[in-house]
Design a protein around this ligand. Structure first.
Ligand SMILES: Cc1cc2nc3c(=O)[nH]c(=O)nc-3n(C[C@H](O)[C@H](O)[C@H](O)COP(=O)(O)OP(=O)(O)OC[C@H]3O[C@@H](n4cnc5c(N)ncnc54)[C@H](O)[C@@H]3O)c2cc1C
Length: 215
Protein backbone atom coordinates (compact mmCIF):
# COMPACT_ATOMS: atom_id res chain seq x y z
CA UNK A 1 0.00 0.00 0.00
CA UNK A 2 1.21 3.54 -0.78
CA UNK A 3 0.76 4.79 2.74
CA UNK A 4 2.80 6.46 5.45
CA UNK A 5 4.04 4.60 8.49
CA UNK A 6 2.81 6.36 11.64
CA UNK A 7 3.14 5.72 15.34
CA UNK A 8 0.28 4.61 17.54
CA UNK A 9 -0.16 7.16 20.34
CA UNK A 10 -2.88 5.35 22.27
CA UNK A 11 -5.46 2.57 22.29
CA UNK A 12 -8.41 3.11 24.63
CA UNK A 13 -11.37 0.86 25.27
CA UNK A 14 -14.47 3.01 24.70
CA UNK A 15 -17.18 0.35 24.82
CA UNK A 16 -17.85 -3.35 24.47
CA UNK A 17 -15.44 -4.69 21.83
CA UNK A 18 -14.69 -1.14 20.75
CA UNK A 19 -11.43 0.81 20.90
CA UNK A 20 -10.39 4.34 20.01
CA UNK A 21 -7.03 4.27 18.25
CA UNK A 22 -5.03 7.49 18.33
CA UNK A 23 -2.44 7.83 15.58
CA UNK A 24 0.25 10.35 14.78
CA UNK A 25 -0.90 12.62 11.93
CA UNK A 26 1.29 12.16 8.83
CA UNK A 27 3.07 15.18 7.30
CA UNK A 28 0.68 17.18 5.08
CA UNK A 29 -2.37 15.14 6.14
CA UNK A 30 -5.50 17.25 6.52
CA UNK A 31 -8.70 15.44 7.38
CA UNK A 32 -12.15 16.38 8.66
CA UNK A 33 -14.42 14.26 10.85
CA UNK A 34 -16.47 11.94 8.62
CA UNK A 35 -13.61 11.31 6.19
CA UNK A 36 -11.96 7.91 6.35
CA UNK A 37 -8.44 6.49 6.07
CA UNK A 38 -7.05 3.20 4.91
CA UNK A 39 -5.00 1.42 7.56
CA UNK A 40 -2.61 -1.36 6.64
CA UNK A 41 -0.65 -3.84 8.74
CA UNK A 42 1.02 -7.18 8.22
CA UNK A 43 -0.93 -9.84 10.09
CA UNK A 44 0.40 -13.42 10.07
CA UNK A 45 2.66 -12.52 7.13
CA UNK A 46 -0.14 -11.02 5.02
CA UNK A 47 -0.73 -7.31 4.38
CA UNK A 48 -4.30 -6.44 5.37
CA UNK A 49 -5.92 -3.09 4.55
CA UNK A 50 -9.25 -1.80 5.88
CA UNK A 51 -11.01 1.56 6.07
CA UNK A 52 -11.70 3.48 9.29
CA UNK A 53 -13.46 6.81 9.77
CA UNK A 54 -12.10 9.78 11.71
CA UNK A 55 -13.63 10.00 15.18
CA UNK A 56 -11.67 13.01 16.40
CA UNK A 57 -12.88 16.57 15.76
CA UNK A 58 -9.66 17.35 13.87
CA UNK A 59 -6.36 15.82 12.77
CA UNK A 60 -3.94 18.35 14.27
CA UNK A 61 -0.85 16.45 15.56
CA UNK A 62 -2.88 13.26 16.09
CA UNK A 63 -6.15 11.83 14.85
CA UNK A 64 -8.43 9.09 16.12
CA UNK A 65 -10.43 6.28 14.58
CA UNK A 66 -12.93 4.14 16.48
CA UNK A 67 -12.70 0.43 15.73
CA UNK A 68 -15.41 -2.11 16.50
CA UNK A 69 -13.60 -5.41 17.05
CA UNK A 70 -14.88 -8.31 14.97
CA UNK A 71 -13.38 -11.32 16.81
CA UNK A 72 -13.52 -13.29 13.51
CA UNK A 73 -11.99 -10.40 11.55
CA UNK A 74 -8.46 -10.06 10.17
CA UNK A 75 -7.48 -6.49 11.04
CA UNK A 76 -9.73 -5.16 13.80
CA UNK A 77 -8.50 -7.55 16.56
CA UNK A 78 -4.91 -6.77 15.53
CA UNK A 79 -5.56 -3.01 15.79
CA UNK A 80 -7.15 -3.44 19.22
CA UNK A 81 -3.99 -5.21 20.46
CA UNK A 82 -1.63 -2.44 19.35
CA UNK A 83 0.27 -0.46 21.95
CA UNK A 84 1.65 3.04 22.06
CA UNK A 85 4.83 3.15 19.94
CA UNK A 86 3.75 0.41 17.52
CA UNK A 87 3.25 1.49 13.92
CA UNK A 88 0.62 1.11 11.20
CA UNK A 89 0.45 2.40 7.64
CA UNK A 90 -2.04 5.16 6.82
CA UNK A 91 -3.33 6.34 3.43
CA UNK A 92 -5.91 9.03 2.75
CA UNK A 93 -7.97 10.83 3.78
CA UNK A 94 -10.79 9.68 1.51
CA UNK A 95 -14.52 10.34 1.19
CA UNK A 96 -16.88 13.23 0.51
CA UNK A 97 -19.28 12.76 3.43
CA UNK A 98 -17.63 14.95 6.03
CA UNK A 99 -18.43 17.98 8.15
CA UNK A 100 -18.07 21.21 6.19
CA UNK A 101 -18.96 23.76 8.87
CA UNK A 102 -22.72 23.43 8.39
CA UNK A 103 -24.60 25.42 11.06
CA UNK A 104 -27.06 22.63 11.90
CA UNK A 105 -26.13 18.93 11.78
CA UNK A 106 -28.14 15.75 12.36
CA UNK A 107 -25.92 12.65 12.59
CA UNK A 108 -27.43 9.15 12.42
CA UNK A 109 -24.97 6.47 13.52
CA UNK A 110 -25.18 2.71 13.83
CA UNK A 111 -22.55 0.56 15.58
CA UNK A 112 -19.06 1.88 14.75
CA UNK A 113 -20.71 4.86 13.03
CA UNK A 114 -20.59 6.36 16.54
CA UNK A 115 -16.97 7.35 15.72
CA UNK A 116 -17.81 9.97 13.10
CA UNK A 117 -20.88 10.94 15.15
CA UNK A 118 -18.77 12.05 18.13
CA UNK A 119 -16.07 13.56 15.88
CA UNK A 120 -18.59 15.61 13.88
CA UNK A 121 -20.62 16.45 16.99
CA UNK A 122 -17.59 17.83 18.82
CA UNK A 123 -16.28 19.75 15.80
CA UNK A 124 -19.69 21.20 14.96
CA UNK A 125 -20.39 22.13 18.58
CA UNK A 126 -16.95 23.79 18.75
CA UNK A 127 -17.89 25.86 15.70
CA UNK A 128 -21.16 26.97 17.32
CA UNK A 129 -23.46 24.70 15.30
CA UNK A 130 -26.68 23.06 16.48
CA UNK A 131 -26.02 19.33 16.90
CA UNK A 132 -28.37 16.34 16.95
CA UNK A 133 -26.96 12.80 17.27
CA UNK A 134 -29.10 9.68 16.94
CA UNK A 135 -27.07 6.56 17.72
CA UNK A 136 -28.47 3.03 17.34
CA UNK A 137 -26.65 0.34 19.31
CA UNK A 138 -27.68 -2.18 21.97
CA UNK A 139 -24.22 -1.84 23.57
CA UNK A 140 -23.37 1.84 23.16
CA UNK A 141 -19.75 3.02 22.96
CA UNK A 142 -18.24 6.48 23.56
CA UNK A 143 -20.74 7.15 26.37
CA UNK A 144 -18.48 9.71 28.05
CA UNK A 145 -18.14 11.84 24.94
CA UNK A 146 -21.85 11.53 24.12
CA UNK A 147 -22.73 12.63 27.65
CA UNK A 148 -20.34 15.57 27.38
CA UNK A 149 -21.95 16.59 24.09
CA UNK A 150 -25.42 16.40 25.64
CA UNK A 151 -24.27 18.44 28.64
CA UNK A 152 -22.87 21.03 26.24
CA UNK A 153 -26.32 21.45 24.67
CA UNK A 154 -26.45 18.89 21.85
CA UNK A 155 -29.52 16.73 21.41
CA UNK A 156 -28.23 13.15 21.86
CA UNK A 157 -30.43 10.07 21.58
CA UNK A 158 -29.13 6.53 22.09
CA UNK A 159 -31.65 3.97 20.90
CA UNK A 160 -31.98 0.31 19.95
CA UNK A 161 -34.36 1.26 17.12
CA UNK A 162 -33.72 4.19 14.82
CA UNK A 163 -37.35 3.98 13.62
CA UNK A 164 -38.94 4.25 17.09
CA UNK A 165 -41.62 6.93 17.55
CA UNK A 166 -39.48 9.15 19.79
CA UNK A 167 -36.61 9.13 17.26
CA UNK A 168 -38.98 9.92 14.37
CA UNK A 169 -40.29 12.93 16.29
CA UNK A 170 -36.75 14.21 16.84
CA UNK A 171 -35.84 13.68 13.16
CA UNK A 172 -39.00 15.46 12.01
CA UNK A 173 -38.19 18.49 14.22
CA UNK A 174 -34.43 18.64 13.62
CA UNK A 175 -33.33 20.79 10.70
CA UNK A 176 -29.95 20.85 9.00
CA UNK A 177 -27.50 18.67 7.11
CA UNK A 178 -28.08 14.96 7.73
CA UNK A 179 -25.12 12.55 7.99
CA UNK A 180 -25.44 8.73 8.11
CA UNK A 181 -22.62 6.32 9.09
CA UNK A 182 -22.63 2.60 9.67
CA UNK A 183 -22.87 -0.82 8.08
CA UNK A 184 -25.22 -1.34 5.11
CA UNK A 185 -28.13 -2.69 7.15
CA UNK A 186 -28.07 0.41 9.37
CA UNK A 187 -28.04 2.70 6.33
CA UNK A 188 -31.22 0.98 5.10
CA UNK A 189 -32.88 1.42 8.52
CA UNK A 190 -31.76 5.07 8.74
CA UNK A 191 -33.17 5.81 5.27
CA UNK A 192 -36.48 4.21 6.26
CA UNK A 193 -36.57 6.32 9.44
CA UNK A 194 -35.85 9.53 7.51
CA UNK A 195 -38.60 8.67 5.01
CA UNK A 196 -41.03 8.02 7.87
CA UNK A 197 -40.09 11.40 9.39
CA UNK A 198 -40.55 13.16 6.02
CA UNK A 199 -36.87 14.12 5.80
CA UNK A 200 -35.23 13.92 2.36
CA UNK A 201 -32.68 11.08 2.75
CA UNK A 202 -31.23 11.84 -0.71
CA UNK A 203 -29.69 15.03 0.71
CA UNK A 204 -27.84 13.11 3.44
CA UNK A 205 -24.06 12.75 3.47
CA UNK A 206 -23.64 9.05 3.96
CA UNK A 207 -20.82 6.49 4.32
CA UNK A 208 -21.46 2.77 4.00
CA UNK A 209 -19.08 0.62 6.10
CA UNK A 210 -19.96 -2.49 4.04
CA UNK A 211 -21.91 -5.62 4.97
CA UNK A 212 -22.54 -6.04 8.70
CA UNK A 213 -20.17 -8.63 10.26
CA UNK A 214 -22.90 -11.19 10.99
CA UNK A 215 -24.90 -10.67 7.79
C1 LIG B 1 -15.69 3.67 4.08
C2 LIG B 1 -15.59 2.74 5.27
C3 LIG B 1 -15.42 3.25 6.54
C4 LIG B 1 -15.36 2.39 7.64
N1 LIG B 1 -15.20 2.94 8.89
C5 LIG B 1 -15.16 2.10 9.98
C6 LIG B 1 -14.99 2.65 11.30
O1 LIG B 1 -14.88 3.86 11.51
N2 LIG B 1 -14.96 1.75 12.34
C7 LIG B 1 -15.08 0.40 12.15
O2 LIG B 1 -15.04 -0.37 13.14
N3 LIG B 1 -15.22 -0.13 10.91
C8 LIG B 1 -15.24 0.69 9.83
N4 LIG B 1 -15.35 0.15 8.58
C9 LIG B 1 -15.33 -1.33 8.44
C10 LIG B 1 -13.86 -1.81 8.43
O3 LIG B 1 -13.21 -1.32 7.26
C11 LIG B 1 -13.72 -3.34 8.42
O4 LIG B 1 -14.54 -3.86 7.42
C12 LIG B 1 -14.05 -3.98 9.76
O5 LIG B 1 -13.25 -3.45 10.80
C13 LIG B 1 -13.82 -5.51 9.71
O6 LIG B 1 -12.49 -5.75 9.33
P1 LIG B 1 -11.72 -7.04 9.84
O7 LIG B 1 -10.45 -7.13 9.02
O8 LIG B 1 -11.60 -7.05 11.31
O9 LIG B 1 -12.70 -8.20 9.45
P2 LIG B 1 -12.73 -9.06 8.07
O10 LIG B 1 -11.53 -9.91 7.96
O11 LIG B 1 -12.99 -8.11 6.94
O12 LIG B 1 -13.99 -9.96 8.31
C14 LIG B 1 -15.28 -9.38 8.57
C15 LIG B 1 -16.25 -10.50 8.81
O13 LIG B 1 -16.46 -11.21 7.60
C16 LIG B 1 -16.27 -12.59 7.82
N5 LIG B 1 -15.66 -13.15 6.61
C17 LIG B 1 -14.47 -12.78 6.09
N6 LIG B 1 -14.26 -13.47 4.96
C18 LIG B 1 -15.35 -14.26 4.77
C19 LIG B 1 -15.72 -15.18 3.80
N7 LIG B 1 -14.94 -15.45 2.76
N8 LIG B 1 -16.92 -15.79 3.93
C20 LIG B 1 -17.74 -15.52 4.97
N9 LIG B 1 -17.43 -14.66 5.93
C21 LIG B 1 -16.24 -14.04 5.84
C22 LIG B 1 -15.37 -12.71 9.03
O14 LIG B 1 -15.58 -13.92 9.72
C23 LIG B 1 -15.78 -11.51 9.86
O15 LIG B 1 -16.86 -11.82 10.71
C24 LIG B 1 -15.44 0.99 7.46
C25 LIG B 1 -15.59 0.47 6.16
C26 LIG B 1 -15.67 1.33 5.08
C27 LIG B 1 -15.84 0.74 3.71
Amino acid sequence: MDGTEVAVRGVETVGTDTVALTLETPEGFDARPGQFVQLAATVDGEEITRHYTLSSPDADQTFEVTVEIDPEGSLSPYLADLESGDTVEVAGPFGDSFYESEERVVVLAGGPGVGPAVGIGERAHGEGATVTVVYEDDEPAHEERLTALAEAGASVVVTDDVSSEDVLEILADARGQTFIYGFADFLDRAHAALDAANVDAEEAKSENFGPAPDS
